[in-house]
Design a protein around this ligand. Sequence first.
Ligand SMILES: [Zn+2]
Length: 280
Amino acid sequence: MPELPEVETTRLGLLPVLLGRVVVSAEVHHARMLRRQPDPKDFRRRLEGGAVRSLGRRGKFLLFEVGGEAGECFTWTTHLGMSGRMSIARPGEPGGRHTRMVIRTDAGGEVRMVDPRTFGFTAVFTPRELASSTLAGLGPDALTALPPAEEMAEKAAGRRVAVKTLLLDQRFLAGLGNIYADEVLFAAGVAGGRPACSLTFAEMEAVRESVGPVLAAGLEHGGTSLDDLAYLLPDGRAGRHLEYLSVYGREGEPCRRCRTPIRRDVIGGRSSYRCPSCQA
Ligand SMILES: [Zn+2]
């Protein structure tokens, strides 16, 4: 398992409540959230009394290092799934019925995970458990460890899978989801349904060059809250990136570059949006 990255912790908004704090209580209200924890009782046992030493992220996984009372070191990981979000609350503040996890620290605040569909999960792993978890198979982080275009082209060679599906494959590149994969492909001028192996090197380079700016713009605007407001920032504000999206969710609306109506297709079972003129 490679070292855990220390990235954009201030953007998580969880910093003041978690970093350097001791976990006073750790409650999970839905058994499904602990489906990746080898023994569900370990979640509480390992977190309570432990100090949060670092906040990090790799791909779509939040990775927090926690030092246990007996000197052990654990990795507390959380994945928000399709509809999860983290929120900060004052102790005792009423939460919605979809509150699945409540963590109290000696800072006095609570970190909660809200997840209506429970596709997300949380777990506290020992180093050995971490090494045999899905996390060990993650590809390089799209934001902090983007590989050179040569390496991406090499991995795409001979792959008949749609290039969009490859971008969503977390073993290829960790961190891109459905919205940002469509935005990257638009910025690169590449149609997502094309077999990955059909891209020229220049096209793969364009895809690679688009990842950073697309993710940076999303972060700048606090992420993309859709109309369902399933995703919100930890302080309850909506992310403002929706209005800046080039193609995602804009079926029938004019392309911001050439005015051609945006098309919706299904690629690998996922709704996919593109401009038929700008993306070849
Ligand atoms: Zn266009």
